[in-house]
Write a protein that binds this ligand. Structure first.
Ligand code: DCP
Ligand code: MG
Length: 448
C-alpha cells in the first residue's frame, strides 16, 4: 500500500457493446447484446440499456432474448475490439511508461512513474479526468470508468464504484471505510465457492474478515490462500504495476466463417498455425518453452490450455504436436469458432540441439480441406459489409436467401435498411479479423 493514491485502474464500459454502438449509430442509446447468437450461445456483454432488463455477461442468449426481445443481438467483431484496445493502451502509455494491461479493456497505470508535479488527491483526480477524455477522443467515443487508489486492489474496486463513465479516487487513509461494508467477494481470489465457505463460517463482509485472526482464516482456507486474503481484508496490497514486456509470446489465431466441428480439421488447422508461429519465431530469432492453444467454442466461451516443454523450441512439428495434444483436453463437441496457437516464455537464443537431424525428417504438413473452413462466411449479425453502390454497412439479419443490411458507419447518422439476395455479387462481407497475428496476444476474454 502506498502513501499516495498513485495506482490507476481503467476499465472500458460495456466494451464490445460500446464499440458496436459507436460503429452503428442506429444502435446508440438502445439495448445491444454481443455474444453467441446461435441456439446455445452465451452473452459476452450487454449495453447498459440492455442491463436494465437484467441481461448479463455469461447468461445464455436464449435467456437474454426472453428478457430483452427488442435488443440487437450481434455476434461480435474482434478485430474492432482489438483495434480499440490498442488505441486505449497507447493513451495510457502516453501518460506513464508503467502500464499493465489485464485484458483488452482493462489496465493498471502507475502514476508514480508518470511525470506529474505531485501525487496529491487533487492532482491525480485531474489527471484521471483528462485521461478519460483522452480515451474517449482516441477511440471515437468509448467511455471508461477509472479508479485511483493506494494499491492495485483498491484501485480496481474503485473503478467499479461509479460505472459507467465515472471516476472514483480513494483518498489515502480512507480505504478501510470503503472496504468494510463490502461483501467478501470483492476480494480478488474469492470466487463463489470460497465466498460460500466463508459465509458458512459467518464471514459476509470484509469487516467480518478483518476482525478474524489470520490463523482463523488460514484454518478455513489453507495457508497460501488464507494469508493473502487476510492481508487484503486489511487493505494490504503491495503488488507493483508491472509493465508488459514486448513480445512475451508469438501467436496466431483464426476465426472461422462457420463453426468447425470435425476433429481432424481442427488438428489440421492447429498444425498449420503451428507452422506460422514457428516461421515467425525463426524470423525473430527466438524460441519459447510454453505452447498454448486458444479455443473459442460455438457458444463464445473461450479457453486456453498450455504445456511447458523441457527446452525452448521453434520447431513446427514440436509446436504442432503439443498443440494437437492440448486440443485433446478441450471438449469441442458442438464446434469451434476460433483456434489459436502461441509460444511464450521466449528466449533470444535457439538451443543448438534443436537443430539436429530431426529437421530433415519432417512429416509433411497436413493438407487441409480448405474449402471447408474458408468458405464464404455466414452473414453473422453485426458483421461489416460493403455494397458497390450503397457503400459500407452491417448485417442486420439474414435468412431464406436474403440478407438485410443497414448502411451506416461511425461517421454517418443512422442509415437506411435494404435487403439483398445472399448471392448478390455487389455485396461483399468484410472480415478483417479472420486471420490475426499478434505479438502480445492479449486475451479476448479477461479472467474475472
Ligand atoms: N467478455 C466476454 N465474456 C465474459 C465477460 C466479458 O467475452 N464472460 C468480454 C466482453 C466485454 C469485455 O470482455 O465487453 C470486457 O469485460 P468487462 O467485464 O469489463 O465487461 P464490459 O466492459 O462489457 O462491461 P463493464 O461496463 O461492466 O466493464
Ligand atoms: Mg469493461
Amino acid at each position: 500500500m502506498r502513501r499516495e493514491a498513485s495506482v490507476l485502474h481503467l476499465d472500458l464500459d460495456a466494451f464490445f457493446a460500446a464499440v458496436e454502438q459507436r460503429d452503428k449509430p442506429s444502435l446508440r442509446g438502445r439495448p445491444v447484446v454481443v455474444g453467441g447468437v446461435g441456439g446455445r450461445g452465451v452473452v459476452a456483454t450487454a449495453s447498459y440499456e440492455a442491463r436494465v432488463f437484467g441481461v448479463r455477461s455469461a447468461m445464455s442468449t436464449r435467456e437474454a432474448r426472453a428478457r430483452c426481445p427488442h435488443a440487437a443481438f450481434l455476434s461480435g467483431r474482434f478485430h474492432a475490439y482489438r483495434t480499440a484496445s490498442r488505441q486505449v493502451m497507447a493513451v495510457l502509455r502516453d501518460l506513464s511508461p508503467l502500464v499493465e494491461p489485464l485484458s483488452l479493456d482493462e489496465a493498471f497505470v502507475d502514476l508514480a512513474a508518470a511525470d506529474l508535479p505531485d501525487l496529491g488527491v487533487e492532482t491525480v483526480t485531474a489527471v484521471a479526468r483528462d485521461l478519460r477524455a483522452a480515451v474517449q477522443e482516441a477511440t471515437g467515443g468509448l467511455t471508461a470508468t477509472v479508479g485511483v487508489a493506494t494499491s492495485k486492489f483498491m484501485a480496481k474496486i474503485a473503478s467499479d464504484l461509479d460505472k459507467p463513465d465515472g471516476l472514483t479516487v480513494v483518498a489515502p487513509g480512507t480505504e478501510q471505510d470503503l472496504l468494510r461494508p463490502m461483501p467478501v467477494a470483492v476480494i480478488p481470489g474469492v470466487g463463489p465457492a470460497t465466498a460460500e465457505r466463508l459465509r458458512a463460517s459467518g464471514f459476509r463482509t470484509v469487516a467480518d474478515l478483518e476482525q478474524a485472526s489470520e490463523a482463523e482464516v488460514v484454518r478455513l482456507l489453507g495457508k497460501a490462500h488464507g494469508h493473502g486474503l487476510h492481508r487484503l481484508a486489511h487493505g494490504l496490497d503491495d503488488r507493483p504495476v508491472v509493465a508488459e514486456r514486448e513480445a512475451k509470446s508469438i501467436s496466431v489465431e483464426d476465426t472461422y466463417a462457420e463453426d468447425v466441428t470435425d476433429r481432424t480439421t481442427m488438428e489440421g488447422l492447429l498444425t498449420r498455425q503451428a507452422a506460422t508461429v514457428a516461421r515467425r519465431l525463426a524470423k525473430a530469432r527466438q524460441s519459447g518453452r510454453t505452447v498454448t492453444i486458444k479455443v473459442r467454442l460455438h457458444d463464445f466461451t473461450t479457453s486456453s490450455r498450455s504445456q511447458t516443454l523441457d527446452a525452448p523450441t521453434d520447431h513446427p512439428q514440436v509446436i504442432a504436436r503439443t498443440a494437437r495434444a492440448l486440443l485433446g483436453e478441450v471438449d469441442t463437441t458442438g464446434g469451434v469458432r476460433l483456434l489459436g496457437v502461441g509460444v511464450s516464455g521466449l528466449a533470444d537464443w535457439i538451443q543448438e540441439s534443436l537443430f539436429g537431424d530431426e529437421h530433415d525428417e519432417e512429416e509433411p504438413l497436413t493438407e487441409l480441406p480448405l474449402a471447408e473452413t474458408s468458405r464464404r462466411p455466414a452473414w453473422a449479425p453485426g458483421a461489416d459489409v460493403v455494397h458497390s453502390e450503397h457503400g459500407p454497412g452491417w448485417v442486420w439479419g439474414s435468412g431464406r436467401g436474403v440478407v438485410t443490411v443497414r448502411f451506416e458507419t461511425a461517421e454517418t447518422g443512422p442509415g437506411p435498411v435494404r435487403s439483398f439476395a445472399v448471392d448478390d455479387p455487389a455485396l461483399v462481407l468484410l472480415d478483417p479479423g479472420r486471420h490475426e497475428e499478434s505479438d502480445d496476444s492479449p486475451a479476448d476474454n479477461p479472467s474475472p
